[in-house]
Design a protein around this ligand. Structure first.
Ligand code: PMP
Length: 439
C-alpha cells in the first residue's frame, strides 16, 4: 500500500516506471503517449540523452554548493544564456526550484523594488480572472481561480482581478479583434483607477493562458496596450511564462510574439524539461540596480537557489532548444497539430474552439456550438475525458476554467517538441475516441 500523500485520495494511480521518447510506461508495461508533457513540462520527451548525461556529469563533479557562499559555473552559464535570448532590458536571473517559487520571488522583488524607490504605499497586485500562478500563498493570492483560492482567502496577498483577453468568450460579435484587444487591456486602467494606482505594485499575467483555460493566446495589440498602461501608472509588468515559455509557443519567450518587454518574467516547467526541478525569475537591470544601489540585498532566498545539477540540466535543455532547432520545431509541429485537430474536430458539434500557439494547444467543449453554452458542471466532461484518454493510453490535461463562476470544459495539449507526424496522428485519434466515449 502506497504511503505517498496523493493529489487525490480517492483515485488510484499507476506507477510510472520508464520514459521512452514521447511515451511513459507503467509497471504493467502499458504505454502512454504524453500528449500534455505532464503539465507542459516534458518538451524533450522522456529519454533525452544529452540532458541525462549533463545531469550525471554535474552530480559527479559538484552536486551542491550553497548560494550564500558560492556561485557555480552551471548557474552562471544558465543566467548568461537566458539573458542573451531574453526580451530587451532583462538583465538578471534568480534561479529557484519551480514555478510557484519563481512567482513568489517575483512578487517579493516587485514589492521590495517599490520600497527601495520610496513608494512603500504600493501594496497590492492586479491579475486576471481564470489565471493560475502557483499554489504557494503569494502565488495563489494573485491567481484568479476562485475554487483554488476559496479555503485560503483569509491568508492571501492583496490582489484584484480583471477579465482575461479571451476572444472566444468575451469578444462581442460587433467588435473587431483589434478593438476587443484594446478594450480587454483598458480594463487594467479601469481597475487601477478603481483601487488607486498609487497603491498598486504590478500587474501579473500569462502571455498565453495555460492551466485554467487551455492555451488562450492574448490577441495582437493587447500586451502593447498593457505595457503602456503599466508605464503610465508606474507599475511593474510581470509575465508568467512558467507554462508558455521555453519554446512551448514556438518562441523561446512567448512575449516575443507580443513585441514587448516585461519588467519581470517567471519561467519553469520546460526549463528543466522534467529532468530536474527548476524555475527562474528574470528581472530588468533597472530593478536590479535599484536594489544594488539601495539596500544591496534582496530580502528573500531558498536553500536550493541556483542548484548546480538543476542548472546543468537547464543548460543542456537550452542547447537542445536553441542549437538543435527545437524551438523552431515547436512552431512548425504546432501548425501540424493545429491542422490535425481542426481536421478531426473542426465540425464537431461539441468542440467550440481549437486554439493556441506552437506546441501549446487547447480545445474548448460546449453543449451547443451556436450559443457557446457550456456543459453543466455535473457532467464533468473534462475530468471524464482525462480518465477515458488515460485508459486509451493518452495523457492530456483537463481544465474546467471559470469566469465569474461560469463552468467551462477544456483540454490542454502540450506534447514534447520531438513528436512526429505519426505520433500526432495517434494523439488526435486517441483523443477523438476518448471524447466519443465520454459524450
Ligand atoms: N504559473 C503557471 C502559469 C503555471 O502553469 C504553474 C503550474 N501549473 C505555476 C505557475 C506553478 O508552478 P509549479 O507547479 O512548478 O509551482
Amino acid at each position: 500500500m502506497s504511503k505517498i500523500f496523493p493529489r487525490n485520495c480517492h483515485a488510484a494511480t499507476p506507477t510510472a516506471q520508464r520514459g521512452e521518447g514521447v511515451y511513459l510506461i507503467d509497471a504493467e508495461g502499458k504505454y502512454y503517449l504524453d500528449g500534455s508533457g505532464g503539465a507542459a513540462v516534458s518538451c524533450l520527451g522522456h529519454s533525452d540523452e544529452s540532458v541525462i548525461a549533463a545531469v550525471r556529469d554535474q552530480v559527479e563533479s559538484l552536486a551542491f554548493a550553497h548560494s550564500g557562499f558560492f556561485t557555480t559555473d552551471p548557474a552562471e552559464a544558465l543566467a548568461e544564456r537566458l539573458i542573451a535570448h531574453a526580451p530587451a532590458g532583462i538583465d538578471r536571473v534568480y534561479v529557484v526550484s519551480g514555478g510557484s517559487e519563481a512567482v513568489e520571488a517575483a512578487l517579493k522583488l516587485a514589492r521590495q523594488f517599490m520600497i527601495e524607490k520610496g513608494e512603500d504605499k504600493r501594496t497590492r497586485f492586479i491579475a486576471r480572472r481564470q489565471s493560475y500562478h502557483g499554489n504557494t500563498l503569494g502565488a495563489l493570492g494573485t491567481g484568479g481561480n476562485m475554487w483554488r483560492r476559496a479555503p485560503f482567502d483569509p491568508l492571501m496577498v492583496s490582489a484584484s482581478h480583471i477579465d482575461p483577453c479571451y476572444e472566444y468568450r468575451l469578444r462581442r460579435p460587433d467588435e473587431s479583434p483589434h478593438d476587443y484587444a484594446l478594450r480587454a487591456a483598458d480594463a487594467l486602467e479601469e481597475e487601477l483607477l478603481r483601487v488607486g494606482p498609487e497603491t498598486v505594485i504590478g500587474f501579473i499575467a500569462e502571455p498565453v493562458v495555460g492551466a485554467t483555460a487551455g492555451a488562450v493566446p492574448a490577441m495582437p495589440g493587447y500586451f502593447k496596450r498593457i505595457r503602456e498602461i503599466c508605464d503610465r501608472y508606474g507599475i511593474l509588468l510581470i509575465l508568467d511564462e512558467i507554462m508558455c515559455g521555453m519554446g512551448r509557443t514556438g518562441k523561446l519567450f512567448a512575449c516575443e510574439e507580443d513585441g514587448i518587454s516585461p519588467d519581470i518574467i517567471t519561467i519553469a516547467k520546460g526549463l528543466g524539461a522534467g529532468y530536474q526541478p527548476i524555475g527562474a525569475m528574470l528581472c530588468s537591470g533597472a530593478i536590479y540596480d535599484a536594489i544594488a544601489n539601495g539596500s544591496g540585498f534582496f530580502q528573500h532566498g531558498h536553500t536550493y537557489l541556483g542548484h548546480p545539477v538543476a542548472c546543468a540540466a537547464a543548460n543542456a535543455v537550452l542547447s537542445r532548444l536553441l542549437d538543435d532547432g527545437l524551438v523552431e520545431r515547436s512552431a512548425q509541429m504546432g501548425k501540424t497539430l493545429q491542422a490535425a485537430l481542426e481536421a478531426e474536430f473542426g465540425e464537431h458539434p461539441h468542440v467550440g474552439d481549437i486554439r493556441g500557439r506552437g506546441m501549446f494547444r487547447g480545445l474548448e467543449f460546449v453543449a451547443d456550438r451556436a450559443s457557446k453554452e457550456p456543459f453543466s458542471p455535473e457532467r464533468a466532461i473534462a475530468a471524464k475525458l482525462k480518465k477515458a484518454a488515460f485508459a486509451n493510453g493518452l495523457i492530456c490535461y483537463p481544465m474546467s476554467g471559470t469566469i465569474d463562476g461560469q463552468h467551462g470544459d477544456h483540454v490542454l495539449l502540450a506534447p514534447p517538441f520531438i513528436i512526429t507526424d505519426d505520433q500526432i496522428g495517434e494523439l488526435v485519434s486517441k483523443l477523438s475516441a476518448s471524447l466519443d466515449a465520454v459524450l
